[in-house]
Write a protein that binds this ligand. Structure first.
Ligand code: SF4
Length: 416
C-alpha cells in the first residue's frame, strides 16, 4: 500500500548524508533457483528433489534455515556445519538469493532507503523496488514493497498512477528484509553500520507491508514471506511487530489474519462510499460496510491488537468535522487506531493537503474518542501515517517521508 508522504519542508534538500552507488551483484545467475523465500515445506520439497535423503531432510532444512535467516549467510561456503561436498552440491544447484543493490541512501536522521533490482521474471526488463528503514529509540522499522506498481488506481496515490508491472515473489519480499539487516549489520557477527541506529538490541524490530503495491493482491507470496519473517528460528519477528496494510481486499482480510496472525492496517481515507469509490476505487467492489465487517472478523482482535485505520487529509474533500465524527461513529466497537496523513501533492495530483489547523481539529475529534495517539512533537509525528512514501525510484529521500513512516509505525508494535 502506498499513499503520498507529507510535503517535504525546506530542510528536505539537505537531508541526505550519502548516496551510495552499489555495484551490481549476482548478475548472470537469475535463472538459478534460490533457496531464499521458500517456506520450510517447500524448502524440504526442493531438497528432496535435489536428492537429499528423506531421513536427513528435517535436519538439513533446519541447518539451512538457521544459516539463511538467523545468521544471514549470503553463500553456501560459509555454512560451516554442512559438509563440504554438500555445500558444493548445493552451490551447483541453487543460489542463496540476493537482489542487485542499485543505490543506498542514508539520511542525516538515520533513515535509509535502498533501491533493489530484481530479474524481469516475465516483466520484459528487470524491475526495481524501494525499501525504507526508520530507526528510532529502541526500535527500527522496515517498510517493504509487495508489488512493482499497483493495479488499484487510488486517486490520491502516486503509485496508483504507475503501471502494474508484476508481483514480487516471496523470495524478493524476504530478500528486502534480509539485505536490509545485512546492510545494517543486524545479523550475529555482522558489523553494525555507522549512523543513527537503535542503541541496543536488534536493528530491525518491525516490518510493515506498506511499500509499493497492494499486498493482498499478491496473497501467496506475501503470506509466505510474512510467515518467514515470524519464524522463531529465523528472522524471528514478533507477529505483533509485522503489519500488513490493505486498501480493502475484503475476502482476504480475515484469511490473512488466520494464516499469519500479523497486525492489520486499513487504507480507509473516506467515510462515505461515494467518496471512497473515487479515492480508493476497490471500494466499488467492497464498500465500507463490508470492509468494516471484515475488520470486525479479523482474528485475534483486541484492545492490545488493534487495527490501524489510515486516513489521508485532503483539503475540502474528506477533512471536515463531520467527516471526523462519522469516522469515530463508523469505527465504534472495533479495537482501532487512526493515523492521519497530511497529503503530499505529486505532479499531476488533483488534491491539496488540508491546512494544519484542519488536521489538528480533525485529530482533536478522533483523539477525544480515544482513537489516536496524542501529538508528541511540534512536527506532528503522531498524526501522520501510512503508505505512499515510496513514490519513485529516482526520488531523493525526504524528511516528509520519514515523518509519515514514523507516525505510522508509532502504532505498530506499541502494545508489545
Ligand atoms: S492500493 Fe496502495 S499502492 Fe495501490 S494505488 Fe491504492 S494506495 Fe496506492
Amino acid at each position: 500500500m502506498t499513499v503520498p508522504a507529507p510535503a517535504a519542508n525546506a530542510a528536505t534538500s539537505d537531508v541526505l548524508a550519502g548516496i551510495v552507488k552499489a555495484p551490481l551483484a549476482v548478475a548472470g545467475r537469475d535463472a538459478v533457483p534460490s533457496l531464499l523465500g521458500l517456506t520450510r515445506d517447500r524448502l524440504a520439497d526442493t531438497l528432496r528433489e535435489a536428492g537429499i535423503e528423506e531421513r536427513h531432510l528435517r535436519m538439513r532444512v533446519g541447518q539451512l534455515w538457521h544459516w539463511l535467516y538467523h545468521r544471514g549467510a549470503a553463500d553456501f561456503a560459509s555454512m560451516s556445519n554442512i559438509s563440504k561436498d554438500l555445500r558444493a552440491d548445493l552451490a551447483g544447484r541453487f543460489v542463496v538469493g540476493r537482489p542487485e543493490l542499485v543505490t543506498e541512501q542514508i539520511s542525516v536522521d538515520g533513515t535509509r532507503k535502498w533501491l533493489f533490482r530484481f530479474p524481469s521474471r516475465g516483466a520484459g526488463r528487470p524491475v526495481e523496488v524501494e525499501t525504507v528503514y526508520i530507526p528510532e529509540e529502541g526500535r527500527g522499522t522496515l517498510c517493504v514493497s509487495s508489488q512493482v506498481g499497483c493495479s488499484l488506481t487510488c486517486s490520491f496515490c502516486h503509485t496508483g498512477t504507475q503501471t502494474m508491472v508484476r508481483n514480487l515473489t516471496a523470495e524478493e519480499i524476504v530478500a528486502q528484509v534480509v539485505v536490509a539487516r545485512e546492510r545494517l549489520g543486524d545479523f550475529p557477527q555482522g558489523e553494525k553500520a555507522e549512523g543513527r541506529l537503535p542503541a541496543e538490541g536488534r536493528l530491525v524490530t518491525n516490518v510493515v507491508m506498506m511499500g509499493m503495491g497492494e499486498p493482498l493482491m499478491n496473497y501467496d507470496a506475501v503470506r509466505d514471506a510474512m510467515q518467514i519473517f515470524a519464524d522463531g528460528d529465523g528472522l524471528s519477528l514478533s507477529r505483533r511487530r509485522i503489519t500488513l496494510s490493505t486498501s480493502g481486499v475484503v475476502p482476504l482480510i480475515p484469511k490473512i489474519g488466520g494464516d499469519t496472525g500479523v497486525m492489520l492496517a486499513i487504507s480507509l481515507h473516506a467515510v462515505r462510499d461515494d467518496l471512497r469509490d473515487v479515492l480508493v476505487p476497490i471500494n466499488r467492489k467492497y464498500p465500507i460496510a463490508q470492509l468494516l465487517e471484515a475488520c470486525r472478523a479479523y482474528p485475534g482482535l483486541s484492545n492490545a491488537r488493534r487495527i490501524t485505520f489510515e486516513y489521508v487529509m485532503l483539503k475540502g474533500v474528506n477533512d471536515s468535522a463531520q467527516d471526523a465524527r462519522e469516522l469515530v461513529r463508523l469505527l465504534r466497537g472495533i479495537p482501532a487506531k487512526i493515523n492521519l496523513i497530511p497529503f503530499n501533492p505529486w505532479p499531476g495530483s488533483i488534491y491539496e493537503c488540508s491546512s494544519w489547523d484542519r488536521i489538528e481539529a480533525f485529530a482533536e475529534i478522533v483523539n477525544r474518542a480515544g482513537y489516536a495517539s496524542p501529538i508528541r512533537t511540534p512536527r506532528g509525528r503522531d498524526i501522520l501515517a501510512a503508505c505512499g512514501q515510496l513514490k519513485s525510484a529516482s526520488e531523493r529521500l525526504k524528511i516528509g517521508e520519514r515523518l509519515a513512516l514514523e507516525a505510522m509505525i508509532g502504532s505498530n508494535g506499541d502494545d508489545d
